[in-house]
Design a protein around this ligand. Sequence first.
Ligand SMILES: Cc1ncc(COP(=O)(O)O)c(C=O)c1O
Length: 335
Amino acid sequence: MDIPRISLARLPTPITSLERLSKELGGPRIWIKRDDLTECAASGNKLRKLEFSVGEAQNQQATVLITSGGVQSNHCRATAIVAARLGMKCHLILRGKPYNNLDGNLLLDYLAGTSVTFATAEQFKTPDRLYADIEAEYRVLGERPFSIPIGASDEIGLWGYIECARELKCDFERLEIEPDFVISAAGSGGTMGGLIVGNALHELDTNIVAFNVCEDEAWFQHKISRDIQSWTRRYNQELADQPINILDGYVGPGYGRADPHVYETISRVARTEGIILDPVYTGKAFDAFLQELANGRFRHASDIVFLHTGGIFGLFPHRDHFPTAQFTNETTPQP
Ligand SMILES: Cc1ncc(COP(=O)(O)O)c(C=O)c1O
């Protein structure tokens, strides 16, 4: 199949075991697939999807990429940086209010020279209209806009994690492991959808599980099965129904907000393994994973892979949630 793709991510990403944490927990061997290392400023899971979305945009001779997300969207930041790198324009539709202080992903959006429209949650309920208006503005200017949906989660972006499943298959063979679960955060569902299709296509023989960081299980069941259906239609593929294992109940105070134990888990993983998670996606999902582990859900597993989907820049606007006592003043050596 000839699918337009450009090379953006540094692949394959490493996979390593969290030996100290696994020992501390006394449970299965936990592995981490480092998709936070797909790049530097453009890092994270979105870069795998953008290889295909922007590949299609270039195939259509687009000059402007339009996409949307929260004010601190990792996907928007990655798209903005990719556009600048390719000499394209970028226009972001961000849900929320303009910040007084540029921080985290938003700072990088502006540095990459992107144009921004801020939209209310109400306006975001009909994103097609927002996209259509902005597309029209660019057409008047003689540009060729290409719209990428939130999170690049559609039948084109799905290829990013279908291909990641192929990569995981090689990882597992090389390491001689047969992980029972591959776990990730779900935000717009494209990562999980791609992994589900890839699991079937490349015979990964594992269980794909995701913790939703927004919405609820029913929303993700619907969204992911719709994306997979669109993928089978567009690329003329046959695929038997696949399970969509969403573990709901860990959204906490809402999207982009986290309970104190999520921040504690982020600190614990950073201290124990030198791995940096974020409170919106990876830290929230990893914290949920640890809770499920403690409750015995994964007790029969020998190896579990946690997919680190990136998001480091989203950590900085949350700086006030970390207890400063442990960082300020001089500290003494710990036993
Ligand atoms: C860092 C990070 N992890 C996970 C996700 C979830 O991925 P998806 O939107 O494909 O469900 C996102 C984006 O939503 C993200 O930015």
